[in-house]
Design a binder for this molecule. Sequence first.
Ligand SMILES: [Zn+2]
Ligand SMILES: [Zn+2]
Length: 305
Amino acid sequence: MTTPSCSLCAGPAVYLDRVTGEHLCGVHLAARVEEVFRSTFRGPGGLSANERVAVAFSGGKDSSVLLHLLATVAAPELGLSLVALTIDEGIDRYREETVRAARALAARLGVEHRIVGFGDACGASLDDLVAGRAARACTICGILRRRLLQQAARDLGADRLATGHCLDDEAESIVMNWLRGDLYRSAGVRPAGGAGMVPRTKPLARLLEKEVVLYGILHDLAPTLPECPYARHALRSGVRGMVHRAEHRWPGTMARVVAGQVALENRLRGQLPPARFTTCPACGEPVLGESCRACALLGRALENH
Ligand SMILES: [Zn+2]
Ligand SMILES: [Zn+2]
């Protein structure tokens, strides 16, 4: 079997775009990824000149590519100041290695790096918080991790919080909302922002995860790290298989799911009452809706002890 050639040059192809049928070599795949990344961070909800950008940086492959692209493409073009944030959840035999990889990459890119421990901020490690309820670990971790990222981004004076969500994550989240019957989220009645909330931005949201991963391999950014031991319990891992099978069978499915959601949100904008932030009386943080999920979790976790 011969390797197909790149559709744009004579080089050997490393990637097949299954939507367009185009074969791309490493150079042209990287150029494509950077072009899509650039049009996303320069588009609506993206980044502006001279902003201070906090980067949610777990040290895994997606956030490593995000940090690399922000540091090498976006920061020089827009004069951004970056600070990478790694949340150390305290997951035994998993986090030590990823934190080490995160530290090394931030140093290599010359990006300021902060590590925030669950223990310091929540009074307990994730392992302790989820003891006896591993099936909910990803939900618990997600709520607390988002809270810690928000707090740290605000404390560091960031204008934006960038996360490494790719197209796969976006499509999965939309399907997860359907499967949970969460029409409130499906309708996308999200507040534009609120007091004390650092607005989020997702510069990889139009790239397939396989494009992000391949870009990472081509730039020596793909550390082989252990998988989080809790991931297999999550609804997301089931949905992931489903969405990926659909994408494989009908290329372009993920982009269509996301485009459909955007069209729905645009259609409903102004027709539903906007969600509002209130201030949690216990922790003083802005929360969406009536109750503070972080305080509820930590309260419940403390009762267990
Ligand atoms: Zn090429
Ligand atoms: Zn609270």
